[in-house]
Design a protein around this ligand. Structure first.
Ligand SMILES: [Zn+2]
Ligand SMILES: [Zn+2]
Length: 333
């Protein structure tokens, strides 16, 4: 069967690889795969977790080939692309999403940009959704999980910094919980999508004062919860500077360099500073529910759909012009 293999940074090509052997688990035919910023980082050699050669792909729509009465052949599924060891401190605390020894599909082990894969049945989420929608399940769960970490309720005003794929999930998740959500980005196109997925207000921080606008929108207090989905030192700092006293800060962005802080704000404001990584099964159920109720405009969030043969080319053009695409989907069948 064919697969998109990343041989080394910048070198992706279609190769023939052996079909998977079904010993235990469920045999799936891959239908469509989404590419996100972490795939782009792997392609650019900026993802320290990835090893080579590697088949990419962790945002997946697949169809059951060989199932049972509970999950019959022909069922379309999204899948949870992480592993958990069951023994580390995170796993013992019931938080396998933060497993110390996690191996994500397409990062530490071969992923889904190929024709067939085998997955454990407990990692499959059947849903009556289109392939495009199913590819959005996993990326949206990341933001939903951050909203859960921030204990967001309908009484909160939430600011989401960064309206890329991860930020959009946080906006949709915050909106699902009834919170008023302020979306911040430097790109008007992204802010438009942010508004369409449930953002109440938008701030373009290149044109407007982030500080002044946040105060204006929160009666002078600042947001109760700030979710950082950018990963830059400036936004890491702005999160603790702008959040309200006794507020919560949730970091999903992976900072690529050290960040220096005015740590007095942690104490003075008595902040909850929280990390958020991957997602839990309940986040998958919540996102499937959101998509099934057609409350997320998937079409608006997709920039390009290409066949598997063109996936390497798409990655190259995305790498050359990162702001040009929001979400690229690869159609495998
Ligand atoms: Zn992703
Ligand atoms: Zn573990």
């Amino acid at each position: 069967m064919n697969a998109l293999v990343l041989q080394n940074p910048g070198m992706a090509s279609i190769e023939t690889v052996p079909e998977p052997v079904l010993d235990e688990g469920v045999l799936l035919k891959v239908r469509m795969v989404g590419l996100c910023g972490s795939d782009l980082n792997s392609f650019r050699g900026l993802n320290p977790l990835v090893s080579f050669p590697r088949i990419l792909g962790h945002e997946v729509c697949a169809t059951v080939v060989q199932g049972d009465s509970y999950l019959p052949a022909g069922t379309d599924v999204a899948l949870l692309p992480y592993t958990s060891c069951g023994r580390c401190a995170s796993c013992r605390r019931g938080r396998p999403n933060a497993c110390q020894f996690n191996q994500t599909l397409g990062v530490q082990r071969d992923g889904a940009l190929t024709q067939f894969i085998v997955m454990p049945r407990e990692k499959l989420y059947p849903a009556r959704l289109t392939p495009e929608e199913l590819c959005f399940v996993e990326p949206l769960t990341i933001g939903f999980h951050a909203v859960a970490r921030g204990r967001v309720t309908a009484d909160d005003v939430v600011a989401v910094f960064g309206c890329g794929g991860v930020g959009l999930g946080a906006i949709a998740g915050s909106n699902c919980r009834g919170a008023r959500t302020i979306c911040v980005d430097v790109d008007d196109d992204k802010l438009e999508v942010a508004h369409a997925v449930g953002g109440s207000h938008t701030i373009n921080s290149t044109r407007e004062s982030l500080h002044d606008r946040l105060l204006e929108l929160t009666g002078g207090r600042g947001p109760d919860v700030v979710i950082e989905a950018v990963g830059k030192p400036g936004t890491f700092r702005a999160a603790v500077e702008e959040v309200a006293f006794a507020g919560r800060v949730v970091y999903i962005g992976y900072a690529k360099e050290p960040v220096s802080y005015e740590t007095r704000l942690f104490v003075q404001k008595e902040l909850d500073v929280l990390g958020s990584r991957n997602a839990q099964p309940e986040d998958f159920h919540a996102v499937v529910h959101l998509l099934e109720s057609a409350k997320f405009p998937v079409d608006q969030a997709v920039s390009l759909i290409v066949p598997l043969e063109k996936a390497a080319h798409a990655l190259r053009s995305w790498s050359e012009n990162p702001s040009r695409f929001k979400k690229i989907l690869v159609s495998v069948d």
